[in-house]
Design a protein around this ligand. Structure first.
Ligand code: SF4
Length: 375
């Protein structure tokens, strides 16, 4: 393949080279496809749920959520009939909850219409379905010839051709290239093969070119220049602190619920922050943990406290009920530290270490111990 200077638009790729790239990729995929639970099914519902969960989320994180979700809501009808609260609860810990709301709305629409539409443009009209998800579902579930192009695919194609995936003028060109390379007889297989090549071989920071079926044609493999693009760029998270207060009356815990118009975690239950309880009094410091929300790393300290007056925004909630309500992962981790979460706090396991304080000080001194949260 004729190379291109860094950042320049590459020259066109001949039909012969495109056919060879296609063949080599599909042959590689036959022996190297990842075994993923949603690939064991041709059910459009399972494929769609997987694509929703995979938006912004790594495959390894998605797998257990996908399996539990499919067990709980095995069909569009089951999902459509479930209250939103149950769906959010099943999604709890996966983050980006707008996806769960959109999936629920989508299921209700599909249940009304009778079936999931099959074409790219009809799929794109559904809630929460963008270009990538529409192309992935249309091609994998229905064999529609559409290239699914996300940041990973752009990175692979940019490396192949030696152009910069971050340059906005190259974006459209790379999408067109993906369409030209697409195997129109097996578009779903081709799209999944390219996804796997980006995930397993042409990885963001360390491409293993010696294992790559495209190395013969690849400009980056020849020049040693491997652009990482948006997907590989490491951003430095900001640090923030938060204090969550656990207050109980017998078996009831003081909680507040985010309003439906809330930008984040709408409808989720939370433990109150210290700033929302101006008159709270400390009973004991319980522990601390770290928690990431998008680009912010929170150091969350947890206290058991008391208040004389319950703020209007708060309510008493039974501890048993907490296991079934949508509670934010941060609050669930704090409830677990307090020992008030009953069952079902597995989400906390994924997101940071928890330190429980055995003394009354704020984790300073010999009374401090550290343990991993386990499910
Ligand atoms: S040869 Fe290397 S840089 Fe080129 S596409 Fe393959 S893994 Fe990526």
């Amino acid at each position: 393949m004729a190379g291109a200077a860094r950042g320049d638009l590459p020259v066109s790729i001949s039909a012969r080279v495109r056919a060879s790239l296609r063949r080599k990729l599909l042959a590689w995929y036959q022996g190297n496809a990842r075994s993923l639970p949603w690939r064991r099914s041709r059910d459009p519902y399972a494929i769609l749920v997987a694509e929703f969960m995979l938006q912004q989320t790594r495959v390894g994180v998605v797998i257990p959520f996908f399996e539990r979700f499919l067990e709980r809501f095995p069909t569009f009808e089951a999902l459509a009939q479930a209250p939103l609260e149950d769906v959010l609860r099943a999604w709890s810990g996966l983050g980006y909850y707008q996806r769960a709301r959109n999936l629920h709305r989508l299921a209700r629409r599909v249940a009304e219409q009778g079936s999931l539409p099959r074409t790219y443009s009809e799929l794109k009209a559904l809630p929460g379905v963008g270009d990538y998800t529409a192309a992935a579902v249309a091609s994998i579930a229905f064999g529609e010839p559409h290239a699914a192009v996300d940041g990973n695919v752009r990175r692979v194609l940019a490396r192949l051709t030696g152009c910069s995936p971050a340059a906005s003028q190259n974006r459209k060109w790379l999408e067109n290239l993906a369409e030209q390379l697409l195997d129109r007889r097996s578009p779903g297989t081709f799209n999944q093969a390219l996804m796997d090549l980006g995930a397993v071989v042409c990885r963001p920071r360390a491409p293993t070119c010696q294992l790559c079926p495209w190395r013969r044609y690849c400009v980056s493999a020849r020049t040693g220049f491997a652009p990482v693009g948006q997907a590989g760029r490491r951003r430095i998270p900001a640090d923030a602190e938060q204090i969550l207060i656990g207050i109980r009356r017998g078996r009831r815990v003081l909680m507040w619920r985010r309003p439906v118009e809330s930008q984040r975690l709408a409808g989720f239950w939370e433990l109150p922050e210290s700033s929302a309880l101006p008159d709270w009094q400390l009973v004991r410091w319980v522990g601390e943990f770290s928690h990431m929300i998008t680009q912010t790393r929170y150091r969350v300290r947890v206290a058991e406290g008391k208040v004389w007056e319950v703020p209007a925004a708060c309510q008493w909630v039974d501890m048993e009920e907490l296991a079934w309500l949508p509670v934010s992962t941060m609050s669930r981790k704090a409830l677990r530290l307090l020992g008030w979460d009953g069952a079902g706090a597995a989400e906390g396991k994924r997101n940071g270490q928890v330190k429980a304080f055995s003394g009354s000080g704020l984790g300073i001194g010999p009374g401090r111990r550290t343990h991993k949260v386990t499910s």
